[in-house]
Design a protein around this ligand. Structure first.
Ligand code: CTP
Ligand code: MG
Length: 261
């Protein structure tokens, strides 16, 4: 590995090919229609900390020294709210650009402001992100074109059409999340191709799967890395902010206490 942006190290016998720096596209240009609030959901202030949903991701990325830039892609209807956030943070790593009507167009707009070899694309609405997910993406990205946090499904999944129903083999199924780490050049080319051929994709990795032969890895996501889509998700997020940091050892201790009683 010869790029100065990557380093090859061994950690507990495992080889990690980590990147040293990255930039972020933070997507906030949706409308939050399914949330049915009088404002875009990413500006909703939670009931526990009184913090806007988008601020959770901004804080986490700004705390990471490897993060050199965050391009917030916003909806032009939200000009006032987003400018207020920028002036509050007053951090030169935060930049703004407007989005498009489709998520993939918002990503393309954000990419115009990216200078790094790798970019992390994150949903502003996925506000319960934890550092370990970023680390797992970043620690693997040197070896792949795209790293996608995923979680193995534990429910049985059925596929239905008008007149059939089929059970899928869940051993090979993952649901995936953001931030998705991608080689900037690869995602630019793939999204350009999607535009030319009028194909809609729901995430960055799908664009790479459809176009070209790219190496994609599913890294460790978390069940609690939820995207706030409906008001039920918001209730769950507020619960997680309040109680989500309970440590595994504490759960084990309580469980063994009940067991021995
Ligand atoms: N997003 C975006 N540009 C779009 C559409 C979505 O930047 N044209 C962003 C959203 O702001 C959100 C993320 O992509 O952070 C995931 O999208 P979603 O959960 O669908 O959010 P919204 O599109 O805002 O919600 P809805 O579909 O309910 O209107
Ligand atoms: Mg949407």
């Amino acid at each position: 590995m010869n790029s100065k942006n990557k380093s090859e190290i061994k950690y507990r016998g495992k080889e990690l090919f980590m990147i040293n720096k990255y930039e972020v596209i933070l997507l906030a240009a949706g409308k939050g229609e399914r949330m049915c609030l009088p404002l875009n959901k990413i500006f909703y202030k939670d009931l526990v900390n009184g913090k806007m949903l988008i601020e959770y991701s901004i804080d986490l990325f700004l705390d990471d020294r490897r993060c050199e830039k965050i391009v917030i892609v916003y909806n032009s209807d939200d000009e006032n709210e987003i400018k207020e956030i920028i002036s509050k943070y007053n951090d030169s790593r935060l930049m703004l650009t407007t989005g498009g009507p489709l998520r993939q167009e918002s990503v393309r707009n954000g990419l115009k402001m990216i200078n790094s070899e790798y970019v992390l694309v994150h949903d502003g609405a996925r506000c319960n992100l934890k550092k370990e997910i970023i680390d797992d993406v970043v620690n693997n990205l040197g070896l792949y074109d795209c790293c996608v946090p995923g979680v193995k499904v534990s429910d049985t999944i059925k596929k239905t059409t008008n007149n059939s129903i089929e059970t899928l083999n869940r051993d090979v199924l993952y649901y995936v999340q953001t931030p998705q780490g991608v080689k900037t050049e690869a995602i630019m080319k793939a999204l350009e191709e999607m535009k030319k051929t009028d194909i809609l994709v729901t995430d960055e990795s799908e664009a790479l799967e459809r176009y070209g032969k790219y190496k994609i890895k599913i890294t460790n996501g978390r069940k609690d890395n939820i995207k706030i889509t409906t008001q039920d998700d918001l209730k769950l997020f507020e619960y997680l902010v309040r109680w989500g940091n309970v440590q595994d050892w504490s759960i084990k201790r309580r469980a063994s206490f009940f067991y021995w009683k």
